[in-house]
Design a protein around this ligand. Structure first.
Ligand code: GRF
Length: 210
């Protein structure tokens, strides 16, 4: 039985597309993307999922009196479909600690900077690149990490550095990093599916191919 992967998105879903393409090319051994969740009914991610014949779920958390109740239902949706890995790809809702605790080391996220710098509450989208440019850092990049109960604090799986150029604007830096994200995220998912990630505390190592 393949492992079922759910991808959570809120926006354009270009990372979702990179994952769908990787899955369609047979890259994820014994795993398939079976569900795309979006909190935004207009998200382009839903159209991308539909084009690939992947089930979609529009998740309107406002239907529930509290975030915890909504997240408990959402966790139930995952369990019902036997989801083994959740990939956050531009999902703008923060998952409750209760939800995260139900899927230990089974939720990945991609962040458009080199964590632990330029992460944490409020650091998303263009705000990340603005902060990088304002800091004068010579490198930014992207990070795939496991999700723990903090914001952008979970064990780092893979990172890729992208040099900041003198003429960079938020837009140009974001674009170059996004291109790199599309390479990095499928690689991390591939390693997860092949059970090659070993986690010790905050450190994640990649086991050699057997
Ligand atoms: C990416 O930059 C990702 O790092 C961040 O949100 C953005 C999502 O972009 N978490 P897309 O929707 O995958 O194009």
């Amino acid at each position: 039985m393949p492992m079922h992967i759910a991808v959570f998105c809120s926006g354009q879903g270009s990372n979702l597309q990179a994952l769908l393409d990787a899955g369609e090319s047979g890259r994820f051994q014994d795993a398939k993307i079976s569900l795309v969740v979006s909190d935004q009914p207009q998200s382009q991610a839903l159209a991308r999922a539909a084009r690939s014949g992947v089930e979609t779920l529009v998740w309107d958390a406002r239907r529930f009196p509290t975030r915890e109740q909504g997240d408990a239902q959402l966790a139930g949706e995952m369990e019902r479909r036997r989801i083994g890995l959740i990939c956050l790809a531009g999902y703008l809702k923060i998952l409750s600690p209760e939800f995260v605790r139900k899927f230990p080391l089974r939720i990945l996220n991609i962040h458009p900077a080199l964590l632990p710098a330029f992460g944490g509450p409020g650091m998303y989208g263009h705000k990340v690149h603005e902060a990088v440019l304002a800091s004068g850092a010579k490198y930014s990049g992207c990070t795939v990490h496991f999700v723990d109960e903090g914001t952008d604090t979970g064990p780092i799986v893979l990172q890729s550095a992208v040099p900041v150029q003198d003429r960079d604007t938020v837009r140009s830096l974001a674009e170059r990093i996004l291109t790199e994200e599309h390479r990095l995220y499928p690689l991390a998912v591939d390693l997860f599916c092949r059970h090659r990630l070993r986690v010790q505390g905050k450190r994640v190592s990649v086991e050699e191919k057997s």
